[in-house]
Design a protein around this ligand. Structure first.
Ligand code: DSN
Length: 494
């Protein structure tokens, strides 16, 4: 394919064409065309690139999608309705969406060694909803389990679903507690999963900060959950999925893993054997934009017995599939299949280890005493701060993190006592261990320089003092560091 070259050849010589950056041309043209109708939106797109370039992004769930992935999203695949699944659509003319979805699913299966992949979910929440309804639907149709004798899922009305919920009685879900790093969609009340299921938690050992599998086994035996969920959004350690599989089998639970945070570490073969969920779990959900570095979206991988139900995700739970996003997922999976992605994933973990080590050398406390994945949770109380004061002070100095609970957090989910720090994004920029050690020292310096503010004899939970000259000095250091690692160097539009 040489669409650009063929077009330009009409106007300029091949020598000039060879000097043109296709990436710059693509994005510059796109922004200019958008600007004709919506100049403010075009400006926001350009501003976002500038802001991303200038920030020290340590949000553990964020990354920078590859240029190919970005470009695969902005096209007319978005214009097609394609409810249903590959070869089985409710609309005519879906041949190209079929191609896109089939390739994306095949690549996902290849990447993760999965029996089936469903690439339609628009987000991680959607992927988890598809998984939960698929599990319930499968149970309905399993005569050994269908105590309610409810109908085929396609014929169920509201009363049937209601009867199903009541008949199961033990429609319980057990996942990692929120304060220890679990996710809202793992059965917590603010999310619909907390209304679909009676929720139970397992947690971490208070002394080690690491998941206590024997305690998990004990609770699972008492609760007998329908679904045992593994996975997290703020737990800094590997999880042994072989042990969780054993526990699920012991209590007759479906074993589900939400690998949204560490999918890239699985794809990159950092987490293998007991720590790779795909061989162990019945169903695995993920987002595609975190460590996996793809477009913003979700995906479900499952064993054959769940596939007929998972593939009904649309229209049971999801709206029409997003063809342009599935195209970008296919591109991202292809990129993740390359040896460079394995090197990247290994570097993410090495960088996290270096960052954690240097923070602790400076005197910081990390939950569980460190990390063996892409993230860590820094306990800010040793600096006399809560999470909100700490993440705001860091942001003032150009360091972007997010506040997070620590296990049994006395400050609750709003103020919190910790900040979550991750390495995927800056590793994509090319930073290595020594750079992250420098980052660790800057974080420590900022937190040491930040002081809580007393008001009416009480410490304010949100106010703090940080000398603006000091913040400016740190920002200068950050700019110098970032300048060594240009973001999207082939795009020259800002
Ligand atoms: N918002 C994601 C995160 O930051 O971990 C999880 O949904």
């Amino acid at each position: 394919m040489a669409y650009l070259e063929n077009y330009l050849k009409q106007f300029v010589s091949e020598d000039i064409i060879s000097k043109i950056s296709a990436e710059t041309l693509s994005f510059a043209s796109a922004v200019d065309v958008v600007a004709k109708t919506s100049p403010e939106i075009a400006q926001a797109i350009v501003d976002e690139l500038r802001d991303q370039r200038n920030s020290l992004k340590l949000i553990a769930s964020e990354n920078y999608a590859d240029v190919e992935t970005l470009l695969a999203m902005g096209n007319w695949l978005t214009d097609k309705y394609a409810e249903g699944s590959v070869g089985h659509r409710f609309y005519a003319g879906c041949q190209n969406i079929d191609t896109v979805e089939r390739i994306a699913s095949q690549k996902a299966c290849e990447l993760f060694g999965a029996e089936n992949a469903y690439v339609q979910p628009h987000s991680g929440i959607d992927a988890n909803l598809v998984a939960y309804w698929a599990i319930m639907a499968a149970k309905v149709e399993d005569p050994a389990l269908n105590k309610a004798n409810v109908k085929n899922v396609n014929q169920m009305d509201d009363q049937d679903w209601d009867a199903l919920r009541k008949a199961f009685g033990n429609q319980r879900l057990m996942g990692l507690s929120l304060d220890a790093g679990g996710h809202l969609t793992h059965g917590f009340r603010p999310n619909i999963s907390g209304k679909m299921f009676e929720h139970y938690s397992y947690s971490v050992d208070p002394n080690t900060g690491v998941i206590d599998y024997e305690e998990m086994r004990k609770i699972a035996n008492e609760v007998k959950p329908l679904v045992l969920v593994g996975g997290y959004s703020a737990y800094p350690r590997k999880i042994n999925f072989r042990i969780m599989r054993e526990i699920a089998d012991e209590v007759g639970a479906v074993f589900m893993v939400d690998m949204a945070h560490f999918a890239g570490l699985v794809a990159g073969k950092v987490f293998t054997g007991d720590f790779d969920p795909v061989g162990h779990a019945d169903i695995v959900t993920t987002t595609t934009h975190k460590t996996l570095r793809g477009p913003r979206g979700g995906m479900v991988l499952c064993k054959d017995w769940l596939a007929p139900y998972v593939l009904r995700g649309c229209p049971l739970v999801l709206g029409g599939p997003l063809g342009h996003m599935m195209a970008a997922k296919a591109v991202a999976f292809e990129k993740a299949l390359q040896p460079e992605f394995q090197q990247y994933s290994q570097q993410v973990v090495k960088n996290a280890a270096a960052l954690a080590d240097e923070l602790m050398r400076c005197g910081a406390t990390l939950t569980s005493g460190g990390t063996d994945n892409h993230l860590m949770v820094l306990d800010c109380t040793s600096y006399g701060l809560n999470g909100r004061q700490a993440d705001s002070a860091l942001l003032d100095s150009g360091i972007v993190t997010n506040r997070n609970t620590i296990p049994n957090d006395p400050n609750g989910a709003w103020y919190t006592s910790g900040v979550r720090i991750g390495t995927p994004a800056l590793t994509s920029r090319g930073m290595k261990e020594d750079d992250f050690r420098e980052v660790a020292r800057m974080i420590d310096e900022v937190l040491r320089a930040t002081k809580p503010v007393e008001k009416d004899g009480k410490i304010s939970p949100s106010k703090y003092e940080l000398d603006s000259e000091f913040s400016a000095k740190i920002k200068t250091q950050i700019n110098e560091l970032l300048a060594r690692f240009p973001l999207y160097p082939n795009i020259d539009i800002v």
